[in-house]
Design a binder for this molecule. Sequence first.
Ligand SMILES: Nc1ncnc2c1ncn2[C@@H]1O[C@H](COP(=O)(O)OP(=O)(O)OP(=O)(O)O)[C@@H](O)[C@H]1O
Ligand SMILES: [Mg+2]
Length: 493
Amino acid sequence: MSLLEAAGIYKSYAGVQALKNVRFSLAPSEVHALIGENGAGKSTLIKIITGAIQPDAGRLTIEGHTIDQPTPAGMKSRGVAAIYQQPSLFGHLTVAENIALALEPRTPFAKVNWSQRRTRATELLARVGASINPDQDAASLSMPQQQMVEIAKAIGCEAKIFVMDEPTASLSDKEVDNLFRVIGELRAKGAGIIYISHRLEELARISDRVSVLRDGELIATKQRNEVGREELVHLMVGRDVSAIFPKQKVSAGDTVVRLRAIKAQGIGPIDLDIRAGEIVGLAGLVGSGRTELANILFGLTPATSGVIEIRGKPIAIQSPQDAISAGIGYVPEDRRRHGLIQEMSVAENTTLAKLPPGFLNFAKEESTAKEFAHRLGTKTPSVDTPAANLSGGNQQKVVLSRWLATKPSVLLLDEPTQGIDVGAKAEVHALISEMAREGMAILMISSELPEILGMSDRIAVMSEGKLAGILNRAEATQESILHLALPCKRGAA
Ligand SMILES: Nc1ncnc2c1ncn2[C@@H]1O[C@H](COP(=O)(O)OP(=O)(O)OP(=O)(O)O)[C@@H](O)[C@H]1O
Ligand SMILES: [Mg+2]
């Protein structure tokens, strides 16, 4: 019997048919991947399965029981657990307390058995292979560690259906390996896993079946070994996608950014130059200091010592305002939190950085927003729609558009295509390449080595807060990057 059946699911939001007559099933011991372009309806479908939103029509059954009114609590009690891309732990509570909260019935008079709580937490963390101290505050955990705590919570609740929405988006390769091992174990114990990802190469490693959504409709459900990557892309996009890395050859101009002995807490000293027209890829493991370096350059965490020169002039970057007036633009990694003003429209968000404060030119705003929405294929009913109503990937396209529209002289990109579908990825890469050709100096952080190798003129590799080395485009390979990125390589005897 299926663990889960969804049939005839419909859902519409004002002006958008997010799901149309969708059918989906999950068998015990199955990893069923769900793929599709940004805005295809993936998150909407799993929100219905977790009870977070109600479908307009359709039927959900779990192990043969029809669920009449799906609610989060009801679906949880039927064994559905969601592991979101942004974990939802209470930062000020310890890991053990977070796990306990998920497992224990919440009665006001229940006596708290501390030692039992700790033992249970330790046991569950061991099952996911996480070496995490249960007494640590959840706020001090890294993203991948938080994710493991979420999975430990779900295992503790005896979940049978694990829903994972882009779980690997900000994990390093090693962390991905660990996640896949845990998924393998869950599956071996009979659980079913719904797995959403834009990284198609992952699907071959873990999924049994793949379902493709396009514009809210189920296009196909296939055995993974029956379809190749190209066919999947075709099913998703409805056309062939050729060059994902259309890097143009650009001869580098004058040095735009010059960093000398830059230091901040846990970072540096760092020396790095970026020339006009150059794309410098910044590689390294999660936690190696890549984002911190970008934050220093954008004045979010100013350097404590060292010199930053822009076009030969030393400047003090103490705040984002300083950075913006020096011509620096920044597309941060956590765009949902830092990049986007949810209440404002797509058009307002696109031109936010471009127009001087207090200067509103509605006609111009609208045409710029329309142009970029068209180029990146941003799916939105109109440019006047609030950004909050867009799917995750489409929100990212809006933030990216804003900085591409500003044409700064230095552009810092942190994981520019994270969460962006394959079709749009090619377009984002083409745009980045074009910006470089126009003379922008670009620093691009990415955890995807093919993206780093495909797009960069030079590759700076960070390890434990320092620059472990800089490779030229011609000499760089996945191996040479990893060799520099892995801290153990140098420390080990
Ligand atoms: N709260 C909402 N209000 C209005 N429209 C919404 C809302 N949530 C989602 N939508 C719309 O529903 C459609 C499907 O969105 P969904 O989030 O399911 O896409 P997705 O496949 O998860 O995309 P992504 O890969 O970008 O995360 C999109 O067109 C989106 O704009
Ligand atoms: Mg989504």
